[in-house]
Unconditional design. Structure first.
Lengths: 205, 354
């Protein structure tokens, strides 16, 4: 697994629940207390999975809820939020550009294995996003990310993963109720100085 | 992006005479210039950065022609091969550059074609590599670019690249720190903080190479503690460790900054003395070290008493100094000090012929 994903999970747990909890999770997952995932290296999937299982045990949450929160967390990181905002001027444009997201990811980090995304337009502001990946957790991550980006754009949107009885949930239903419901967050095309920025923007590492 | 003249036949003539809004949507940075060099019309993004009210003004007042332009005299014969813009000429369909007089650092790139309905020129421009700066300087947004423009992708890539570079720099920094730490740990004696045998061997090789190359001579001082075993046996290993720490401290203080002090055995030390050398100075240093080693070290209410014997050799006494020979000679000098009653420093003064 790409270290950026492993590190994102670490940052999410550390920043959201505190360092003490991260230490407990790391210990439970069999990692050193000061272990830091390097975002540009690769790790065996089992290492990250051990972290996830340990986090679920510590937090007492379902897997889907944890990964939805991860998606929300990711979209709230300024650096990543900005990269996502390049997708379009408003939330509708952003939705329509989602299919390009894996391609954009590939432009940045060719070895970052993002899920394939297909957006089906059901009309009247209803969309279905198909998330194709060997890693089923991408679906809740995308749901959380889409929700956070709706806030970012100031759009009123209903987002739910679709339970169609299949074993793997790979669909997200999106109902765009109002594209400009609230004042979104500001986005200037010109980047702020990035001297201290990094992809994960966090205290870890 | 450039319209090739050959395509003109396939394109209805009205397309060049289309409504300005439509044209502005497709080409937000178009510029229409009459044959006399006056600006006729311009796209919304260009208007945003240089002002709408420039229509009717000579284009030269706003733009500085760069590559792809040439100036002709008033009486020059007409040239059907080139497009006329006042005194300036350009080739249709060829890449041209021009900069903004108000922002000379921003160069625009584009190409031009002849208008079908008059002898004016239609030009389409882009920011090229100055895109990010232009976006910042003129507060441009997504809407200022044609949907077909790759500007968003370029800005995205620039920002993403910057982030990845930042991560790479951070990773390199962490790796460098880890490397330095690992090297430090591999070269250091944990108890005394002095160099270890490996570090000493490396430093000695370097000093030998340097002296071969005509660099500074150096000396090796081999120190063996006297009565250390007794301290260990009677007061225990903790007392022995304390003594070794104190010895390390003394040796550090009695040597100079460029010297290297290594602990190479249980109670054996070697000093690699670099910098200006003479027998008197080395002898004084040896005496000082021995005197300080003999100061009792308090440990848990007891006093640890040791001394030390030293043997010294100098590289300048060798025709071809080598590590093995010098170390053996220093060792022999050290045992000479022991034989003569310990607590003394023997310096090998005569030339050694290997």
């Amino acid at each position: 697994m790409h270290g950026l994903i492993s590190k994102s999970i670490q940052c999410f747990l550390n920043d959201t629940y505190g360092e003490d909890l991260w230490m407990r999770i790391a210990a439970r997952a069999g990692l050193r207390r000061d272990h830091i995932f390097e975002p540009l290296l690769h790790y065996d999937d089992s290492v990250t999975e051990a972290v996830v299982v340990a986090a679920l045990g510590e937090l007492g949450r379902t897997r889907d809820v944890l990964f939805e929160d991860l998606g929300t967390f990711l979209a709230s990181r300024e650096a990543l939020r900005r990269l996502l905002r390049f997708g379009g001027g408003d939330y509708l444009d952003f939705l329509l550009s989602l299919e390009e997201l894996p391609g954009r990811g590939c432009l940045t980090l060719p070895d970052l294995d993002l899920p394939g995304l297909t957006l089906c337009d059901g009309g009247a502001g209803h969309f279905l996003l198909l998330v194709e990946s060997a890693v089923a957790d991408w679906t809740p991550v995308m749901a959380g990310l889409l929700r956070a980006m709706a806030d970012d754009y100031g759009a009123l949107v209903l987002i739910e993963t679709v339970d169609d009885g299949q074993e793997v949930r790979d669909k997200i239903s999106i109902s765009l109720l109002e594209a400009r419901y609230a004042e979104g967050r500001r986005f200037d095309l010109a980047a702020a100085p990035v001297s201290s920025a990094n992809l994960t923007l966090t205290r870890v590492g | 992006m450039s319209s090739e003249p050959s395509r003109k036949d396939a394109c209805p003539e009205e397309c060049i005479g289309m409504a300005p809004d439509t044209m502005g949507h497709l080409m937000p940075m178009y510029l229409m210039i009459a044959a006399d060099g006056r600006v006729m019309a311009l796209g919304p993004t260009l208007a945003k950065i240089i002002g709408k009210d420039i229509c009717g003004q000579p284009f030269e007042a706003i733009f500085q022609p760069r590559r792809g332009w040439w100036e002709v005299a008033d009486d020059a014969p007409p040239d059907p091969e080139s497009l006329r813009l006042g005194a300036w000429r350009i080739k249709a369909g060829r890449r041209i550059h021009l900069s903004l007089r108000a922002h000379p650092e921003i160069t625009l790139r584009g190409s031009a074609i002849a208008r079908a309905q008059d002898d004016g020129v239609l030009m389409n421009l882009t920011f090229g590599v100055h895109l990010a700066q232009a976006v910042r300087d003129f507060a441009l947004t997504d809407d200022d670019f044609a949907p077909s423009d790759l500007a968003m992708e370029l800005l995205y890539l620039q920002e993403a690249k910057e982030l990845v570079m930042g991560e790479l720099r951070a990773l390199n920094h962490r790796l460098e720190q880890a490397r330095a730490r690992a090297i430090g740990e591999a070269m250091t004696d944990a108890l005394t903080g002095l160099a270890n045998r490996r570090a000493f061997d490396t430093a000695l090789e370097q000093s030998l190479e340097s002296s071969f190359a005509g660099g500074a001579p150096f000396a090796l001082a081999h120190l063996d503690l006297d009565h250390f075993k007794a301290v260990n046996d009677t007061l225990g290993h903790a007392a022995g460790d304390r003594v070794l720490e104190v010895v390390g401290q003394i040796l550090r203080e009695e040597t100079r900054k460029g010297d290297l002090v290594a602990r190479v055995g249980g109670d054996e030390f070697i000093m690699l003395l670099r910098g200006p050398l003479d027998y008197a100075r080395i002898s004084k240093m040896g005496e000082r070290i021995i005197a300080r080693l003999e100061e009792p070290v308090p440990f848990e209410g007891q006093e640890c008493r040791i001394s030390g014997s030293i043997g010294v050799v100098l590289s300048m006494n060798y025709l071809r100094p080598d590590a093995q020979g010098m170390l053996a000679d220093a060792d022999a000098a050290l045992y000479n000090s022991k034989r003569e009653g310990r607590a003394r420093c023997t310096i090998v003064k005569q030339a050694v012929m290997p």
